[in-house]
Design a protein around this ligand. Structure first.
Ligand code: GAL
Length: 344
C-alpha cells in the first residue's frame, strides 16, 4: 500500500514537473523541435504568417484538427497566437473556424483552408485574412482565395468572400500578399493549371484583384510557398518547388521592380537539420511560409518554414531561422538553437 501511494506521488510530481517545463519561459528558437505556447500546449498554426501591431506580434496559421490526417480533412480554420518577443506565444484561439453547421458555406467543414496570411489595411482600419480555399468536395483542382475580415488583430474574423487568384478560372495555389511602402498590396501566386508564377495588384480595400495578373519574368514556374520582403529597395522572394507535402529544395530571387524581371539566386539554405536528418536539398525538411521583419532590430529577418506531417498534421513542426544577406542575396544557415541577440 505504502509503495503504491509512493509511486502515485512520484507520478503526480513527474507530471507536475513536466507540465511546468512546457510552460517555462523560453529564451531560444529551437528549429524543428516541439514548440509550446504559454499554456504548455504545442503551437497549432501551420503554413502561417506573422504581423506586428501595437507592439505585439500575431502569428496566424492553419489550425489542424486532432487525430485527423490530411485525407480526413484536418483543416479547422485559422488559429492565432500573440507574442512580444517572437518566442513565447499566447494562444488567442481559433479566430476563423470552418463552419460545422452549414454544409453550403464556402468554409464548410471538409473544405481545404490553407496558408492563412493577414494584412492590416490602414485605409479601412481592418485586418484582412487570406487563405487558400478549396471548396468541400472539390479537392485541389480548383482553388479560391478566401477572404475574411476583422476589426481586431486577435479576431474574431468574419468570412467575407472568395475570388479566383491568378486570373485563371482554376484559381491559384500558394501565395504571398506583399504590402509595399505606399500601401499597395500585391498577390503573388502560382497559377493553376499551368503553374506560372504571377503577380496581381489588389484594390484599395484589399478585397479583390484590381486588373490583370502578369507573369513574374525570371521566377521559375512551379514556385510554391512564396514569401516576399523588401529590403533596402530590393524585393526578395523565397519559395519552394512543387512536390506536395514532401520537402524539396528552396529557391530565391530578387528584383528592383516588383512588376519587372526577377533574378534567380538558387537555394539560400545551408547546413543540416540533425533531427530530421535533412539538408538544403530538402530545405531542412521544411517548406517556406513567411518572412518576418523583426521590429526594433536593424536588418533582422526570420524565415518561417513548416515541417508537414500529412498523416497527422497537428504534429507538424516549425523551422524559424535568421536570414543573413550577403551581396544582397539571402543566406539561411541551419542552427540547432539561436537567440535574436546573437545571430549576426
Ligand atoms: C504544398 C502546399 C501546401 C499544400 C500541399 C498539398 O505544396 O504548399 O500548402 O497545399 O502542397 O499537397
Amino acid at each position: 500500500m505504502k509503495k503504491t501511494i509512493l509511486s502515485l506521488l512520484l507520478l503526480v510530481a513527474t507530471i507536475a514537473i513536466h507540465g511546468n517545463d512546457k510552460k517555462k519561459r523560453q529564451i531560444e528558437f529551437k528549429p524543428a523541435q516541439e514548440w509550446f505556447d504559454t499554456n504548455g500546449h504545442p503551437i497549432n498554426a501551420h503554413g502561417g504568417g506573422v504581423i506586428y501591431f501595437k507592439k505585439t506580434y500575431y502569428w496566424y496559421g492553419e489550425h489542424k484538427l486532432k487525430g485527423k490526417s490530411e485525407k480526413q480533412f484536418a483543416d479547422g480554420g485559422i488559429h492565432c497566437y500573440s507574442s512580444k518577443d517572437l518566442i513565447n506565444w499566447k494562444d488567442e484561439g481559433i479566430v476563423l473556424s470552418v463552419d460545422y453547421k452549414n454544409e453550403n458555406s464556402d468554409i464548410a467543414y471538409g473544405c481545404i483552408l490553407e496558408r492563412p496570411k493577414v494584412v492590416y489595411n490602414n485605409k479601412n482600419k481592418q485586418f484582412v485574412a487570406y487563405f487558400k480555399l478549396y471548396l468541400k468536395g472539390v479537392g485541389y483542382k480548383v482553388s479560391n482565395v478566401g477572404v475574411a475580415v476583422s476589426d481586431n488583430p486577435n479576431g474574431p474574423f468574419t468570412y467575407h468572400h472568395k475570388f479566383h487568384g491568378g486570373g485563371s478560372p482554376y484559381g491559384s495555389g500558394d501565395f504571398s500578399m506583399f504590402q509595399d511602402d505606399n500601401g499597395e498590396l500585391y498577390h503573388l501566386t502560382v497559377r493553376k493549371p499551368d503553374k506560372a508564377f504571377v503577380i496581381g495588384k489588389m484594390d484599395s480595400d484589399y478585397y479583390y484583384p484590381d486588373g490583370e495578373y502578369q507573369i513574374c519574368g525570371g521566377v521559375d514556374a512551379h514556385t510554391e510557398a512564396p514569401a516576399v520582403i523588401k529590403r533596402k529597395g530590393t524585393y526578395h522572394l523565397l519559395g519552394s518547388g512543387s512536390s506536395g507535402w514532401n520537402p524539396n529544395a528552396a529557391r530565391s530571387f530578387t528584383t528592383n521592380n516588383l512588376l519587372g524581371e526577377w533574378t534567380s539566386h538558387g537555394n539560400p539554405c545551408k547546413g543540416i537539420n540533425p533531427i530530421d536528418k535533412m539538408g538544403p536539398e530538402k530545405t531542412f525538411s521544411g517548406q517556406a511560409s513567411y518572412i518576418i521583419n523583426v521590429r526594433g532590430k536593424k536588418d533582422t529577418y526570420i524565415a518561417m518554414f513548416d515541417i508537414w506531417k500529412p498523416q497527422l498534421p497537428i504534429t507538424g513542426r516549425y523551422i524559424w531561422l535568421p536570414i543573413q544577406f550577403k551581396n544582397n542575396k539571402m543566406s539561411i544557415v541551419w542552427r540547432d538553437s539561436w537567440r535574436l541577440n546573437n545571430f549576426k
